[in-house]
Ligand binder design. Structure first.
Ligand code: BGC
Ligand code: ZN
Length: 359
């Protein structure tokens, strides 16, 4: 079977046609025909051999964790999905340790030990292949109307998990936060901005941009404000007023910590980006610490997502598609054949979300 394989030992990224056909083993297994697989920053890191681990016993890793598949066959105990259904499959699988309370509770997105696996990333083959088998418990049904957009469900789960936690912590306040700043305008940032806007936040997207980029107009069209990073963060804060929430989606430490410095009173700052391995930077730790205390601020990081975030993501994507059909469709800037995947993974990143299609 055809698959896009990354081989760290020989530093190769190639389309292979010898990947073994998956088979239904358990009666809760489901066989999927893969349709669309998104390419993200994590995949590009794996393609630079900075990240990513093949499964035990394999010298290659089939890449791809943002997926949309169609059910082809189901095991005898499967009732939640049927052949023909569209599904998105979760990425992370639990670690084996009995003492890991998170994994034992089905919340491997909060795994304590780090010995979890992730499809297409760490110790398990991913989705950039013709067919995949997985347990139905990891699958989320996507309505047929979302055929073209379903591949955005997984990247949107990052924002959904973040927002679930934001509501949990902001329950401490007898009012709702109103003003949000999104740092970065890649897919995670833009999907996060849409999720904030549908929740009624006055949403400001702060990002680098290049001449001719469709992003500023896109943000305005969905009711947000776009501010180019040529404007200082101090000036941004003057325009916004009290910044109740910063949703970081850049992976850049210096701009992020500078933004932490303009977080408002009672504000929450959420990190979602993983910075590359650069040298240390200096930050104004004393004023940041003083503000955190005197302004009741909260800072947290978030990774991966649980079933609740996947369900919220499917529901939100349907809302986005109904509210802004053109703008949401424009987030997918390219569809490519599997043969183009090695170039997409290693070349200059053009566009917002590029997708490799098998179906
Ligand atoms: C994926 C997450 C994953 C993380 C770290 C992200 O790109 O969306 O599911 O946990 O990378 O491997
Ligand atoms: Zn990703």
């Amino acid at each position: 079977m055809k698959a896009v394989a990354v081989t760290p030992n020989t530093r190769q990224i190639a389309v292979i046609d010898t990947h073994p056909e998956p088979v239904l083993e358990a009666d809760t297994d489901v066989l999927l025909d893969m349709l669309d697989i998104g390419v993200c920053g994590t995949d590009r890191e794996i393609a630079r051999f900075d990240y990513g681990t093949p499964p035990a016993g394999s010298d290659y890793l089939v890449i791809g964790h943002e997926s949309l598949g169609r059910v082809a066959r189901v095991g005898s105990k499967v009732t939640r999905v049927k052949p023909g259904d569209l599904v998105v499959t979760m990425v992370r699988r639990p670690c084996p340790h009995p003492e890991c309370r998170a994994c034992r509770a089905g919340r491997q997105d909060f795994c304590f030990t780090g010995d979890f696996t992730e499809r297409g990333i760490k110790g398990r083959h991913g989705f950039m292949t013709e067919r995949v088998v997985d347990d139905v418990r990891y699958m989320h049904r996507v309505p047929p109307e979302l055929r073209a957009l379903g591949v955005l469900v997984e990247p949107l789960t990052i924002a959904e998990k973040a927002l679930i936690q934001v509501w949990d912590v902001q329950d401490r306040l007898p009012w709702k936060p109103q003003r949000a700043v999104v740092l970065g305008a890649g897919p995670v940032g833009l999907l996060g901005a849409l999720a904030l806007i549908v929740r009624g936040f006055d949403t400001w997207v702060y990002s680098r941009t290049h001449a001719g980029s469709p992003v500023p107009a896109l943000v305005t069209a969905v009711g947000g404000h776009f501010v180019s990073s040529e404007t200082s963060l101090a000036d941004l804060a003057k325009q916004v007023g009290n910044i109740d929430l910063v949703y970081e989606a850049t992976g850049a430490a210096s701009v992020s910590f500078e933004a932490l410095g303009v977080l408002g009173t009672n504000g929450v700052f959420v990190f979602t980006g993983v910075p590359g391995r650069k040298g240390p930077i200096s930050i104004a730790a004393d004023t940041l610490m003083r503000d955190m205390v005197l302004k009741n601020q909260l800072v947290f990081g978030t990774v991966n997502a649980g079933a609740d975030a996947f369900a919220a993501s499917v529901a939100d994507l349907a809302k986005f598609a109904a509210t802004w059909p053109k703008q949401v469709a424009s987030l997918i800037t390219g569809r490519f054949a599997p043969e183009d995947a090695p170039r997409l993974l290693t070349g200059d990143a053009d566009g917002i979300k590029n997708v490799v299609s098998f179906g």
